[in-house]
Write a protein that binds this ligand. Sequence first.
Ligand code: THU
Length: 142
Amino acid sequence: MTHKELLARAMAARAHAYAPYSRFAVGAALLTRSGKVFTGCNVENACYNLGICAERVAVASAVAAGEREFDMIAVAAGGTRKISPCGACRQVLAEFGPQLKLVLGDGHGRSKLVGLPRLLPMAFSLRPPLPKRRVRPPGAAE
Ligand code: THU
């Protein structure tokens, strides 16, 4: 799946946004390493602080379906400004590893690709960093 296709899925999910308070609709589409796509939209609440962002809805949906390995997330908003995820979403995305690529889109299908560590350097983690993957030729000594 290309980043443009994933952004189109995010834009489609945006149509379901429930944002009567901010009137700022957001859609997200999360691509798993197994090739599945989980979408989300923001869901606001009359008790304002209970609203949830599109990105976290997509992550929760994927995790609830048994997926934890993610390759890319596209986020789409309206207007001409490309959206940039809030700090809370950055931390939630970082939970599942720094390899995630983000496609940050505006309402016209224009986008920018960034890596998660650029958006959240030195992310908080309780887990030690994964060891660097070493490529050893078959049959080579340990
Ligand atoms: N929002 C998202 O869904 N994702 C973001 O990356 C930024 C903000 C939502 C939260 C709230 O419902 C609305 O946009 C305005 O802040």
